[in-house]
Structures are given as structure tokens and as C-alpha cells.
Design a binder for this molecule. Structure first.
Ligand SMILES: [Zn+2]
Length: 113
């Protein structure tokens, strides 16, 4: 009986994780939709902004190679992003991907040719 109750609580908790509402003051990136940055500078800029409730808003990653086409895809996907993701991104002082993508650097431009 107790095992069943514990199991039911575990299932309910795991189901609730995906539906958690963020506090109005929270500017963290949602765990289910991690931030995608295109340069170390972008990531650093976003990382310097801390959530007033939780501190660090995401886990930093070593910069991975990001092809130029992924940048375009990000811009197209922006309108379908989670509201919390958009709020976290815009709180980072980074331009919205649809409004003004940072210019490609010379290496990226060469890859598209
Ligand atoms: Zn937060």
C-alpha cells in the first residue's frame, strides 16, 4: 500500500515537472528548451545576467560548432519558442533572432558559399 502511494507520488511529480509555471520574476531558460548560442560572446553576455530568484539562468557549455544554416533555422523557430525562453533570451540583452541576427563572421560566410 505504501509502495503504491510512493509510486503514485513519483509519477505525479514527474508529470508536474513539465508543467511548472515560471514565476513572473524568473528569467531562467526553461530546462526543456535549453538556450542555443552561436558564439562564446553571446553565451557570456547572457550568462552575466542573473535571475533575481535563481541566480544562474542556464548551464554554460563549451562552444560547439554552429553551422550558418542553424542560425537561419533559429530565426525561423523564434516565433514558436516557449514564452519563458523568449523572456529569458530578451533579458540577456541579445537581439531577438527574427529582428536582427548578428552578422556572420568571415568563416561562417565562407561555409555558405
Ligand atoms: Zn529563475
Amino acid at each position: 500500500m505504501l509502495k503504491t502511494l510512493v509510486r503514485r507520488i513519483e509519477v505525479a511529480e514527474s508529470a508536474a515537472v513539465g508543467r511548472l509555471k515560471f514565476s513572473e520574476d524568473c528569467i531562467c531558460f526553461p530546462a526543456k528548451e535549453p538556450a542555443v548560442f552561436f558564439s562564446d560572446e553571446e553565451q557570456e553576455t547572457a550568462y552575466r545576467v542573473k535571475c533575481p530568484l535563481h541566480g544562474d539562468r542556464f548551464q554554460k557549455h563549451y562552444h560547439l560548432f554552429r553551422p550558418a544554416w542553424l542560425r537561419e533555422r533559429q530565426a525561423m523557430a523564434w516565433k514558436n519558442r516557449d514564452a519563458q525562453y523568449k523572456k529569458a533570451w530578451l533579458a540577456s540583452d541579445l537581439p531577438a533572432p527574427e529582428n536582427g541576427m548578428p552578422p556572420m563572421n568571415a568563416d561562417e560566410a565562407r561555409e555558405t558559399i
